[in-house]
Ligand binder design. Structure first.
Ligand SMILES: *[C@@H]1O[C@H](CO)[C@@H](O)[C@H](O)[C@H]1NC(C)=O
Ligand SMILES: *[C@@H]1O[C@H](CO)[C@@H](O)[C@H](O)[C@H]1NC(C)=O
Ligand SMILES: *[C@@H]1O[C@H](CO)[C@@H](O)[C@H](O)[C@H]1NC(C)=O
Ligand SMILES: *[C@@H]1O[C@H](CO)[C@@H](O)[C@H](O)[C@H]1NC(C)=O
Ligand SMILES: *[C@@H]1O[C@H](CO)[C@@H](O)[C@H](O)[C@H]1NC(C)=O
Ligand SMILES: *[C@@H]1O[C@H](CO)[C@@H](O)[C@H](O)[C@H]1NC(C)=O
Ligand SMILES: *[C@@H]1O[C@H](CO)[C@@H](O)[C@H](O)[C@H]1NC(C)=O
Ligand SMILES: *[C@@H]1O[C@H](CO)[C@@H](O)[C@H](O)[C@H]1NC(C)=O
Ligand SMILES: *[C@@H]1O[C@H](CO)[C@@H](O)[C@H](O)[C@H]1NC(C)=O
Ligand SMILES: *[C@@H]1O[C@H](CO)[C@@H](O)[C@H](O)[C@H]1NC(C)=O
Ligand SMILES: *[C@@H]1O[C@H](CO)[C@@H](O)[C@H](O)[C@H]1NC(C)=O
Ligand SMILES: *[C@@H]1O[C@H](CO)[C@@H](O)[C@H](O)[C@H]1NC(C)=O
Length: 621
C-alpha cells in the first residue's frame, strides 16, 4: 500500500513539475527514524563498556537517538562514529557501520557488539584490544569491511568467521593471532583487499586462495611453519598490489606472471626462498622488491629500465651487468649482495668494496684497517674533539626506495629498501628542530634515517677483534607519550646476523617522544665487516598518525674498540634522573670524572695511532 501511495505522490509531483515552470516546493524536512530499540541498547552497552560518550544506562534511555547523532567526538585523532540504514526495508533504523579506532585504552570486546547483526562495516583498528576474537563474530554475517589490525588480539582466528562470505575488505595485521592461515578465507570470494601480516600465523598459503579472483590488494607476510609455492596465484585481473614478504615461498616465479596479473603496479616478494630467473617479469612501471631470495641468472636489462624501482639485493647468484639508464638519469636499483657487475657505474675502489660485501672478505682491499667509525644517520657531519672516533660522518644522501651509498672514505655503506605500497612514497630522512631530552648531544638525534622496511649499515675495513656497537635512537616522528599516542613504531635489529631486538619501540624504551635512548652491544668482527640491519616485521601502526610512519628509525651509529671507556663524549643517552637520584648522580659524576681523565690520556694515544693509520691509508690526505 505504502509504495503505491508513494508512487502516486511522485507521479503527482512529476506532473506538477511539468505543468509549472517554477521549481516544486521543497519536500518537508525528513523525520529521523528512531534507531531500533535492540540496536540502541546494544550500542549503549558497547559504549558503556568502552567508557565512550553515550550516557544511556539500563534504566535511563539515551539522551539522543544514535542514528541521529552518528558521531561521538573524542579528540582530533579519534572519534567514534556509526552510520545507519533507514531504508523502507529496515523500519526502524538499523546500525550498519561502526568505527571506533585509535583509542589506546580500549582493551575488551563487549559481547553486545555481536547483537548489531546488520553491521556491514566494523572498524576497530588501532586500539589495544586483547584476548581472543569471540566466536560471536559469526553473528555479523553481513560484514563487508572488517578491520581489526593493530591490536593485541591472540588465540586462533575463530572458525565461526568462516560464514562471513560477504567480506570485501579484511585487515587483521599486527596482532598475535596464531595457528595456520585459515583455508576458509578462500571462500570469501568477494574479497578485494586482504591484509594478513605481522602475526604469529603459520603457512602454507592455501592453494585454494586462487578462488579470490576479485582481489585488488593482497598483502600476506611473516608466516612461519610450512613453506609455500606460488600455486595459489591465479588469473587475478584486478590485482594491483601484491606483497608476500617473508612467507617461506620456495620454487620459481609462475610462468607468464604478467599474463595472470596484468594490472600489477607493486610487487614485493622480499625475504623468501624463490629461485630461478627473473625472466617472468616483463612489467612497465612496477615497484619491484625481490631482495633476500635465491634468484640466479642474468639481470634482464629491459626489466631494470622499465621498472619504477627495483630491489634485487641479497640474491648472491644473480649476475649480469647494470644497464646504462636510458635518459642518463640515476636508476633506482639496489643490487648490494649480488654478483651483478657494476663496473659501468662505480669506480674501482667501490667495486672492490661491493665485492667485499659479498662476504668475500675485505682485507686485501684495505691497505690498513680502521678500529672505529661513527655515522650521524640522516644528518650532517659532526665532530666531537674528545670522542673516539671524533667524526660522525655525514649521511644525507637520498636513497629513494631502493639504493645504497658508499661513503667517500670507503669506511661505511648504507643500504635502503622500502616504500609505502599504497602511496609509493618513501620516508628516507626525517628531522626536527625541537629539543631532545636525555642527552648532551641532541644534534645527533635531531636527524634520523627511516624506512618502510629495511636499512643496513656496514662498517668496512675493521681490523679483526671485538667492538662495542652503539645505536642512538629518539622518536621524532610519531608524537605522544607511551600511554596516549595513537601511532606506534616497531622494528627488529640484527647485528652480525644475530637478532638483538624484536619489536623495538623507541618511545617505550626512551619513555617518551623526543627522548634519547641508546643500545650498546658487543660484536666480533673477523672478516673486516660489521653489519647492522634494522627492519620492519609487520608490526606497528601504518596509517596513524598518517600513512607511512612505520618501520625502523635510527639517529646515529658508533663503533669503537671495547677497551675505550664508552663514557667519553658524546655520552650514551642517560635516563631522566628522578629527584631522589641526586646522591647517585654525585657518585656517577665522580666516576665519570675519573673516566674522563683516563679517556683523555688513552684517547690521545689512540688518536695519534688512528691518525697514523689514516695517513698510511690515504697518504695524500
Ligand atoms: C578511554 O579514553 C577516552 C578518551 O580518550 C575516554 O573518554 C574513555 O572514558 C576511556 N575509556 C575507558 C574504558 O577508560
Ligand atoms: C574527529 O572529529 C573532528 C571534528 O569534526 C575532526 O576535526 C577530526 O578530524 C575527526 N577525527 C577523525 C580521526 O576522524
Ligand atoms: C558514514 O557515512 C559518511 C558519509 O558517507 C562517511 O563519511 C562516514 O565515514 C561513515 N561512517 C562510518 C562509521 O562508516
Ligand atoms: C574509521 O575512521 C578512521 C578515522 O577517521 C578512518 O581513517 C578509517 O578509514 C575509518 N574506517 C572505515 C572502514 O571507514
Ligand atoms: C591472550 O592474551 C590474554 C590477555 O593478554 C592472556 O591472558 C592469554 O593468556 C593469551 N592467550 C594466549 C593463547 O596466548
Ligand atoms: C546474535 O544475535 C542475536 C540477535 O539477533 C542475539 O540474540 C545473540 O545473543 C547474538 N549472539 C551472540 C553470540 O552475540
Ligand atoms: C577450526 O577448524 C579446523 C579445521 O576444520 C580445526 O582443525 C580446528 O580445531 C578448529 N578450531 C577451533 C578453535 O574450533
Ligand atoms: C558478492 O558480490 C556480488 C556482487 O556485488 C553480490 O551479488 C553477492 O551477493 C556477494 N556475495 C556475498 C556472499 O555477499
Ligand atoms: C567453503 O564453502 C564450501 C561450501 O560452499 C564448504 O563445503 C567448504 O567446507 C568451505 N571451505 C572451508 C575451508 O570452510
Ligand atoms: C623451507 O624451505 C627451505 C629452503 O628451501 C628449507 O631449508 C626448509 O627446510 C623448508 N622448511 C620446511 C618447514 O619445509
Ligand atoms: C583471465 O581472465 C580474464 C577475464 O576474467 C580473461 O579475459 C583472460 O583471458 C584470462 N586469462 C587467462 C590467462 O586465463
Ligand atoms: C587496473 O587498475 C586500475 C587502477 O589501478 C583500474 O582503474 C583498472 O580498472 C584496472 N584494470 C583492470 C583490468 O582491472
Amino acid at each position: 500500500m505504502a509504495p503505491l501511495l508513494l508512487l502516486l505522490a511522485l507521479t503527482g509531483l512529476a506532473v506538477a513539475a511539468a505543468q509549472f515552470p517554477f521549481p516544486p516546493p521543497p519536500p518537508p524536512p525528513q523525520q529521523q527514524q528512531p534507531t531500533s530499540a535492540s540496536d540502541a541498547a546494544a550500542l549503549s552497552a558497547v559504549f558503556r563498556q568502552w567508557g565512550l560518550g553515550y550516557a544511556a544506562t539500563a534504566t535511563t534511555p539515551p539522551p539522543e537517538d544514535p542514528c541521529a547523532k552518528k558521531v561521538w567526538f573524542g579528540s582530533l585523532a579519534r572519534n567514534a562514529s556509526i552510520n545507519c540504514s533507514c531504508d523502507v526495508s529496515f523500519l526502524p533504523c538499523r546500525i550498519t557501520h561502526l568505527n571506533v579506532t585509535g583509542y589506546q585504552n580500549l582493551t575488551d570486546i563487549p559481547p553486545a557488539l555481536f547483537s548489531l547483526t546488520e553491521l556491514v562495516s566494523l572498524d576497530l583498528s588501532n586500539n589495544n584490544l586483547i584476548g581472543q576474537i569471540p566466536p560471536g563474530i559469526a553473528n555479523l554475517s553481513k560484514l563487508e569491511t572488517w578491520h581489526f589490525n593493530n591490536n593485541q588480539l591472540n588465540g586462533s582466528f575463530p572458525n565461526g568467521s568462516s560464514g562471513l562470505r560477504s567480506l570485501q575488505s579484511l585487515w587483521m595485521f599486527d596482532n598475535y593471532i596464531e595457528g595456520t592461515l585459515p583455508e576458509f578465507i578462500a571462500n570469501f570470494t568477494n574479497l578485494t583487499d586482504l591484509r594478513i601480516y605481522g602475526m604469529k600465523l603459520q603457512g602454507p598459503i592455501p592453494k585454494n586462495f586462487s578462488n579470490l579472483i576479485n582481489l585488488e590488494k593482497l598483502m600476506l607476510g611473516d608466516l612461519d611453519g610450512q613453506n609455500s609455492t606460488f600455486d595459489f596465484i591465479a588469473n587475478w585481473t584486478n590485482l594491483s598490489t601484491l606483497s608476500l614478504r617473508n612467507c617461506g615461498i620456495t620454487g620459481q616465479l609462475p610462468n607468464m606472471l604478467s599474463i595472470l596479473l596484468p594490472n600489477l603496479t607493486y610487487l614485493d616478494l622480499g625475504s623468501n626462498n624463490i629461485s630461478g630467473s627473473l625472466g617472468q617479469l616483463p612489467y612497465k612501471d612496477l615497484s619491484l622488491y625481490l631482495g633476500g631470495n635465491n634468484f640466479s641468472g642474468n639481470l634482464p636489462s629491459e626489466m631494470v629500465q622499465s621498472s619504477r624501482l627495483m630491489d634485487v639485493s641479497y640474491n648472491p647468484f644473480l649476475n649480469g651487468s647494470l644497464p646504462v639508464s636510458p635518459g642518463g638519469q640515476k636508476l633506482s636499483i639496489n643490487y648490494i649482495g649480488t654478483s651483478i657487475d657494476a663496473s659501468r657505474t662505480t669506480n674501482s675502489e667501490n667495486l672492490a668494496l661491493l665485492d667485499c660485501l659479498r662476504m668475500k672478505g675485505c682485507k686485501s682491499f684495505y691497505k690498513s684497517l680502521i678500529t672505529s667509525c661513527a655515522v650521524n644517520c640522516g644528518g650532517k657531519q659532526t665532530t666531537y674533539p674528545d670522542s673516539l672516533p671524533n667524526i660522525f660522518y655525514d649521511d644525507t644522501s637520498d636513497l629513494g626506495a631502493a639504493d645504497f651509498h658508499i661513503n667517500t672514505d670507503g669506511q661505511w655503506v648504507v643500504s635502503h629498501v622500502g616504500s609505502d605500497p599504497l602511496s609509493n612514497s618513501s620516508d628516507g630522512i626525517v628531522s626536527t628542530s625541537q629539543g631532545i631530552l636525555g642527552t648532551d648531544t641532541p644534534e645527533l638525534y635531531q636527524t634520523a634515517r627511516t624506512s618502510q622496511s629495511d636499512l643496513w649499515y656496514y662498517v668496512v675495513g675493521l681490523s679483526m677483534g671485538n667492538y662495542t656497537v652503539q645505536l642512538f635512537f629518539a622518536e621524532i616522528v610519531i608524537e605522544g607519550n607511551f600511554n596516549n599516542r595513537t601511532g606506534r613504531r616497531s622494528f627488529n635489529i640484527d647485528i652480525q646476523d644475530q637478532n638483538i631486538k624484536t619489536d623495538f619501540d623507541i618511545t617505550k624504551e626512551a619513555d617518551g617522544f623526543r627522548k634519547a635512548t641508546n643500545i650498546t652491544y658487543e660484536a666480533t668482527v673477523d672478516n673486516s665487516v660489521l653489519k647492522i640491519h634494522l627492519y620492519w616485521n609487520g608490526r606497528g601502526t601504518h596509517a596513524i598518525p598518517y600513512e607511512g610512519a612505520y618501520g625502523p628509525l635510527v639517529s646515529a651509529i658508533r663503533v669503537f674498540p671495547p677497551e675505550i671507556p664508552p663514557n667519553n663524549s658524546p655520552p650514551p643517552a642517560r635516563p631522566q634522573a628522578a629527584p631522589h637520584d641526586n646522591k647517585r648522580r654525585g657518585v656517577v659524576a665522580g666516576i665519570a670524572a675519573l673516566c674522563i681523565a683516563a679517556a683523555v690520556i688513552s684517547s690521545s694515544v689512540v688518536y695519534l695511532w688512528w691518525k697514523w693509520v689514516s695517513l698510511v691509508k690515504h697518504p695524500n690526505a
